[in-house]
Design a protein around this ligand. Sequence first.
Ligand SMILES: [Zn+2]
Length: 125
Amino acid sequence: MAKVEINCINCGTESFLQRDALYHGLTKTGECLSCSACGHVYPNEDAVPFRHDTPQTAIFTNSDRPKNPQLFSQSEAKTLCRHCANYIVNPFTQFCALHKKEVQATDSCPQFNKRKENSDSKFNL
Ligand SMILES: [Zn+2]
């Protein structure tokens, strides 16, 4: 029988519950529950002062789980410079034709102008 930790109400120590099967002939008639330290007999399972009786309080909840990192929100990802009609890329730089300045593919701006799907861009990004 697996031993279970208890706080004995008789001897006051942290000991183990001893389970001894009671037999009447060859028939198991029950269990004798006693303190392994002092031998105090508990009448039934409900009377046993088990340790860790209180359920473990959950320290972390589902809200503490890390969210899947999402670098760009869906709408944001669609307005990136790389999808803009004014985005010009050549082997040396990425350039915004509207603002006349160098940009990154992952930049975005309020003047986003969606590039047509069948644009004749030399660089298909
Ligand atoms: Zn005891």
